[in-house]
Ligand binder design. Structure first.
Ligand code: SIN
Length: 288
């Protein structure tokens, strides 16, 4: 399939684009390059009408970059690069994987760059995924605020995979993926720049999320709270967010350097299964 055979249509202000007329299983090199450039530019791509086995998804994802295996998450038995994001119909009133704003595994030294999520079994309604544009949100701030933020670092930690959940027995309530908890090293706090350079575009993105970030570097939790609350509320404003209402055959690609996302857990009584692969990893570099 050549580049001319698919169309990339920006959805809102250039944040998020829809790709139609593509079959990602048969893209040529040029097609992959165009898709990857579109992903860098629009941060989220919705590729419609894909029918992919787990093996097809792995093969396609590997063409975007080196596959990345998540720690603490059990992959599919026969596909070690694929995780199942699953909630069964009988799992009601449970918290699910990724149900609050986050960038995937942002607490790692080199967090993953691209995530690829394919709809396998969708509920009849609900189960949408929300995205926040961390580049757009940063650029909308005043120059003075941006200058202040660029000088700060923020602490991230994978505490949800640590000892606390294992101790209080809530491990079984984290539905959606097979995670394992009790990992002492997951609780290490790691400092990343609060504003990171988005190398492909030369733009800057806020790199903060309430799931993994604990506090600003060199500040207490209390001292950090008002600035972080302001930033999270700002990034969640409607003009910086977009809602993926899943359709059968949708394949979603996003850039964790430039967006945060959350899965809406509002479909009790119905099954929802998506397959996720993750590509490349990169140490966040401070905004220049
Ligand atoms: C995730 O990758 O955080 C899951 C997103 C979703 O289930 O919609």
């Amino acid at each position: 399939m050549s580049t001319a055979s698919f169309v990339v249509t920006p959805m809102s202000r250039g944040f998020v684009a829809e790709v139609s007329g593509a079959d990602v299983r048969s893209l040529d090199e040029c097609g992959v390059t165009v898709l990857r450039r579109a992903l860098d530019e629009h941060r989220v791509l919705v590729v419609r009408g894909q029918s992919l086995s787990a093996a097809d998804q792995v093969e396609f994802s590997a063409r975007l970059g080196e596959l990345y295996r998540m720690p603490y998450v059990r992959p599919l038995d026969d596909h070690p690069d694929v995780i199942a994001v699953l909630k069964e119909a009988d799992e009601v009133k449970v918290s699910t994987f990724g149900s609050w704003w986050h960038a995937d595994f942002s607490y790692l030294d080199e967090p993953p760059v691209y995530s690829v999520l394919h709809a396998v079994d969708l509920p009849p309604h609900g189960g949408d995924t929300l995205f926040a544009d961390m580049i757009g949100a940063f650029e909308a701030l005043s120059v003075s605020m941006r200058r202040v933020l660029c000088r700060l670092c923020i602490m991230h930690s994978g505490h949800i995979y640590g000892r606390r959940l294992a101790r209080d027995g809530s491990r079984g309530r984290m539905r959606g993926v097979q995670i394992s908890t009790g990992h002492e090293e997951a609780e290490i706090e790691r400092s990343h720049p609060l504003v990171r350079q988005h190398e492909p575009t030369g733009r800057q993105a806020l790199f903060a999320n309430p799931t993994y970030c604990t506090r600003l570097a060199n500040m207490s939790v209390e001292d950090s709270k008002s600035l972080l609350d302001f930033l999270y509320a700002h990034c969640g404003r409607p003009e910086f967010t977009w809602r993926q209402v899943w359709r059968e055959g949708d394949l979603l690609l996003w850039d964790n350097r430039a967006v945060t996302h959350l899965a809406v857990n509002d479909y009790d009584g119905h099954r929802r299964l998506l397959h996720r692969t993750t590509v490349c990893s990169e140490k966040p570099v401070a905004a220049r």
